[in-house]
Write a protein that binds this ligand. Structure first.
Ligand code: AMP
Length: 309
């Protein structure tokens, strides 16, 4: 049982209508690893950081069962930096700044010990880097999951289209699904995107839950209505980590299996937003996750009797 995670490890600066963070540790692969390691270990991490990335953050992940052999440390360079500002709805945001730094020239090397993993979770970073990891794997993983964002649709669309041909499950949010497919209806968007390669598509809708598409099937997982949303950054990655980590623990890659995985992804993402950065994920206990999954079950569980005329 093993999961390879690829993605950015970064510094973020976040502004919400309710507060502002200094430079804090973030990055897609950071959130994914914290999330996935609740369900499966080891997590085999592939990323790159600069000499400015705190060693204790790497050590904390290692103590969680996240292997660091595939994480390059470029001592005299700076880590990837991203800053964003959330709108009043906390669902939409503007990117204020993206400094690729070490990510700009990242050439991933897949360690020999990572070969043979069942799931490849390609978190958000350049599609060319995602492709390079796919090409370095001797055996095709049983499941390849890819997360991406509008930045790559705007700056590297041909590379993204190429990598999508090798992907089983694509995770995007609703505006990205519309952008990628040039369709407003999410049902039509899903049909177009599934022609590009992925057999399964998850469209994340922030506080409005997530949709899972496969052939003519569709399933909806709600998001838990939360009283306080402090910082939505990383919720998508935390969702991805929960989704892939849970699937690695069940090995049920059917539509039914993925239905459970998007509930698990939604449940764990609901914790991420409760505090800034990875703070809440670091203190999370397995029992809290189980209780929250139960709340999801209750949220959508109802009996109905249809009146026959
Ligand atoms: P999410 O809120 O789940 O969409 O992910 C936010 C995380 O993605 C932040 O921690 C950022 O560091 C990271 N991120 C933002 N833009 C990019 C990008 N272009 N490439 C890789 N990672 C990014």
């Amino acid at each position: 049982m093993a999961l390879i995670v690829v993605g950015s490890m970064a510094f973020d600066a976040i502004e919400t209508p309710f507060g502002k963070s200094n430079k804090i540790v973030g990055g897609a692969a950071t959130y994914i690893a914290w999330s996935a390691s609740n369900f499966t270990r080891p997590v085999k991490q592939i990323s790159v950081v600069g000499g400015d990335f705190p060693q204790d953050e790497l050590d904390m992940l290692a103590a969680r069962g996240v292997q660091m052999e595939g994480v390059q440390i470029k001592k005299d360079k700076k880590s990837f930096f991203w800053s964003g500002r959330y709108h009043m709805d906390m669902n939409t945001r503007d990117t204020l700044e993206t400094q690729l730094n070490v990510l700009g020239e990242f050439e991933p090397v897949v360690p020999e010990s990572y070969q043979g993993a069942d799931i490849l979770m390609l978190g958000n970073l350049s599609p060319a880097v995602q492709m390079s990891v796919i090409e370095q794997l001797g055996k095709r993983p049983k499941l390849t999951v890819l997360d991406t964002m509008n930045f790559w649709m705007e700056t590297a669309l041909p590379d993204l289209e190429k990598v999508l041909k090798h992907v089983d499950v694509l995770l995007v949010n609703d505006s990205e699904a519309r952008q990628l497919s040039a369709q407003y209806s999410l049902v039509r968007a899903a049909k177009e995107i599934m022609k590009m390669g992925p057999k399964y598509l998850v469209i994340k809708k922030g506080e409005h839950g997530a949709l899972l598409f496969h052939a003519d099937h569709v399933f909806f997982a709600p998001a838990l209505p939360l009283e306080d949303v402090f910082d939505p950054t990383g919720a998508g990655d935390t969702f991805a980590g929960g989704f892939a980590g849970y699937l690695d623990s069940t090995k049920d890659f059917s539509f039914e299996g993925m239905k459970s995985a998007i509930i698990v992804g939604s449940a764990i993402a609901s914790f991420c937003v409760e505090k800034f950065g990875t703070t809440r994920l670091k203190e999370l206990k397995r029992q809290e996750i189980d209780e929250r999954i139960q709340q999801f079950v209750e949220l959508v569980n109802f009996d109905i009797s249809l009146v026959n005329k």
